[in-house]
Write a protein that binds this ligand. Structure first.
Ligand SMILES: *Cc1c(COP(=O)(O)O)cnc(C)c1O
Length: 398
């Protein structure tokens, strides 16, 4: 077996311990302000000690459910809300509740593929599935029990409002309920594209994902007509699809902390940062930031023209593409104070380096200086990887 630098989960733990030591050291010598947590995961579970104390009583869930109803309706519209374990759980509960066996579910989305949970749920409900991407082909067949619209796909293709309304009108003429999968759309469509909430466009039900483009936990939030939500809620309880109190607290706090401005700013920031980085080809955009995959980093190192072929082939034998990510992540941390996931991750996590610009710490970070930090540390990476011992020392410390 060829061994590279980080080979086992024990190695990954050692790498993480080194990163935590560097973080402690920066906090001690320069203060928290010199650290920039750009993982995008730092706000995923907002809860303070009071919230957590309430969890131990029966009072907490009662309070949070009421508060959640108020904030959820503000966010999504509708008469009543329901928190579910994930968006997929909300989709399953809705389809199990509203689909009659052998009837059709018609799904309209701006571009395939659909999220798999919709098709899988139709199979479980013993229904039939029909999908359209083009409004000119769209038609409602006999024996249709539910229409689903995806407002913004997994790849962030967004449906225009006019098509939205046409489909909803068509469905309502036939008394068929409309359910919108607005996992990211509830924020992407409304904040970035200035569209209306799905419920305000006439949909009967909507589900959104509470960790997409907002600082909440992995979870789902539904809203819509009270009589439909009541039925879906009863299905959710029967199958254990409802959100549990700890998630409900974090969903509530995530909604409370959600600010349109952060989302809008992160997109502006992303644009200017991508412009500054245009001499590189490894960066890809995410909804609220940029990222570099293992593969792209490896290609950038190979094709940057700064390392000769002989050295490159030596590096390839000693350093894997995930090692490259780890070395860069550690350089970003140690020299620039930037925390990314590969530096602090648990064994087995993805080694993609993401810079999330909607993170709290990105608010105080000027994009020129972030560009400098990224550019400097990449140059140091090219230097470090030419020396195996230096590379190991970077990952594990000395
Ligand atoms: C992310 C996403 C889902 C699933 O969300 P989970 O919370 O992971 O279940 C469903 N539909 C769309 C369009 C999505 O983008």
């Amino acid at each position: 077996m060829i061994t590279m630098i980080v080979n086992t989960s024990v190695d990954e733990v050692k790498k993480r311990e080194n990163s935590l030591k560097i973080i402690r050291n920066i906090i001690k010598t320069q203060g928290r302000k010199k650290l920039y947590d750009l993982t995008g995961l730092s706000g995923g579970f907002i809860a303070d000690q009071n919230d957590l104390n309430l969890l131990e009583t029966y009072v907490g869930p009662a309070i949070f459910e009421e508060e959640l109803d108020r904030l959820g309706k503000e966010h999504l519209g509708g008469e009543k809300v329901l928190a579910v374990n994930r968006t997929s759980s909300g989709i399953l509960a809705t389809i199990l509740t509203l689909m009659n066996p052998n009837s059709y579910l018609i799904h309209f989305l701006p571009k395939s593929p659909s999220h798999p949970s919709i098709i899988k749920s139709v199979e479980i409900a013993k229904g039939k599935y029909l999908e359209f991407n083009n409004i000119n082909d769209f038609h409602i067949v006999k024996n249709t029990s539910l229409i689903v619209i995806t407002g913004s796909t997994m790849d962030h293709e967004v449906l225009d409002e006019e098509t939205f309304k046409k489909i909803i009108d068509n469905a309502h003429k036939r008394d068929i309920p409309v359910f919108v999968d607005d996992a990211s759309g509830a924020r992407l469509r409304t904040v970035i594209y200035n569209q209306k909430k799905a419920i305000d466009l006439g949909a009967d039900l909507v589900v959104t994902s509470t960790d997409k483009l907002m600082p909440g936990p992995r979870g789902g939030l539904m809203a819509g007509k009270a009589n439909l939500i009541n039925k879906i809620k009863s299905t959710a309880y029967q199958f254990g699809l409802e959100a549990q109190p700890p998630s409900i607290i974090a969903i509530f706090n995530g909604l409370k902390s959600f600010k349109k401005e952060n989302l809008l700013n992160s997109i502006e920031k992303k644009k200017s940062l991508m412009d500054m980085l245009n001499s590189y080809s490894m960066f890809e955009e995410t909804p609220t930031g940029i990222m570099v995959s293992e593969e792209n980093l490896k290609n950038e190192v190979k094709n940057c023209g700064k390392i000769d072929d002989k050295t490159l082939s030596k590096i390839e034998k000693e350093i894997s593409s995930s090692d490259l990510c780890f070395i860069w992540a550690l350089l970003l941390l140690k020299d620039e104070g930037i925390i990314t996931i590969p530096a602090v991750s648990m064994p087995g996590a993805s080694s993609t380096i993401r810079f999330d610009l909607s993170s709290k710490d990105a608010i105080n970070l000027n994009m020129n200086s972030l560009y400098e930090k990224i550019d400097n540390s990449f140059k140091k990476l090219l230097d470090t990887i030419q020396d195996l011992n230096k590379s190991k020392e970077m990952i594990y410390g000395n």
